[in-house]
Design a protein around this ligand. Structure first.
Ligand SMILES: Nc1ncnc2c1ncn2[C@@H]1O[C@H](COP(=O)(O)OP(=O)(O)O)[C@@H](O)[C@H]1O
Ligand SMILES: [Mg+2]
Length: 266
């Protein structure tokens, strides 16, 4: 038996309002348990594609299937269908401030489970678990707005993971994080994928892509999918990375490993 694809984009087109088309004819499939990375320069369309996957906006042409079901505005107008979808598919926004809105870290993490109608005891147990796992105990009663960027990101991610989603979609998760928090997040993403979660990450961080994903999709600056294949092939194609504005000419490959120099070799 073939399980239903987690996501299937079928000739998806998109435009904001009546403006010109951002996308045309986007086709790709994400299977359950995959970890994939969406690479592209600023403005290439990563966030827009992720928002379509999460049901925050909808294809203007073609269709998106998720778990075998077409995801349309009409489908998600049904309250229980929307709750079910948002429980299964967690989304970490590019900007944590867009995700945080309650008066304490504890309430922030409890908000989703309460919305889903979980019993108070279960919500408390889950919130305590996640707070423990993220080392947020000393911040539990603080206002999310008064936290550092890295702490906000942790709280936002905790409020996604508390629902135990089977798909986790992360938009530029390492932006603005210090190196230690980046490493923590990278390891967490790997662990979540090992546990069977499907992971989709948008980034222009090539080290993150290298660390977490076997498969990469590359978006060009004119919003086309120009590559879909193994991440190591994506990262070793220097011409293509320059072409889509993901690296500049100082990018090097040494003994099969990519890295970036500030200055050119002599
Ligand atoms: N709300 C919006 N209205 C009109 N155009 C938008 C809006 N949001 C994004 N765009 C345009 O859509 C394209 C893709 O943007 P986005 O998905 O945010 O790219 P990325 O996440 O890769 O930086 C860009 O050309 C951007 O200017
Ligand atoms: Mg973006």
């Amino acid at each position: 038996m073939t399980p239903a694809n987690t996501f299937k984009f079928e000739r998806v087109g998109y435009r904001y309002g009546r403006d010109e088309w951002i996308f045309r004819d986007i086709d790709f499939v994400v299977d359950a348990g995959e970890s994939i990375v969406l690479l592209g320069a600023n403005g290439s369309g990563k966030s827009t594609l992720l928002k379509i996957m999460c049901g925050l906006t909808f294809a203007s042409a073609g269709r998106l299937l998720a778990f075998g079901q077409e995801i349309t505005e009409e489908h998600l107008e049904n309250d229980s269908a929307a709750k079910e979808y948002h429980r299964r598919v967690g989304f970490l926004f590019q900007n944590s401030d867009a995700q945080l809105f309650t008066t304490s870290v504890k309430d922030e993490i409890a908000f989703g489970p309460l919305q889903m109608g979980m019993k108070k005891d279960e919500v408390r147990a889950r919130v305590d678990d996640v707070i423990e796992m993220f080392g947020l105990s000393n911040l539990a009663d603080r206002s999310p707005y008064r936290l550092s960027g890295g702490e906000k990101k942790k709280v936002a991610l905790a409020s996604v993971l508390v629902l135990n989603p089977e798909v986790i979609i992360l938009d530029e998760p390492t932006n603005g994080l210090d190196p230690k928090t980046q490493r923590w997040l990278t390891e967490l993403i790997l662990k979540l994928n090992d546990q069977g979660r499907t992971i989709v990450v948008a980034t222009h961080n090539l080290d993150l892509a290298h660390a977490i994903a076997d498969r990469a999709l590359i978006l060009s600056e004119d919003h086309r999918v120009v590559f879909d294949g193994p991440t190591r092939d994506a990262l070793s194609n220097r011409e293509q990375l320059i072409d889509v504005n993901l690296i500049d000419e100082y990018f090097h490959i040494h003994e099969g490993k990519h890295h970036i120099h500030q200055y050119r070799h002599n």
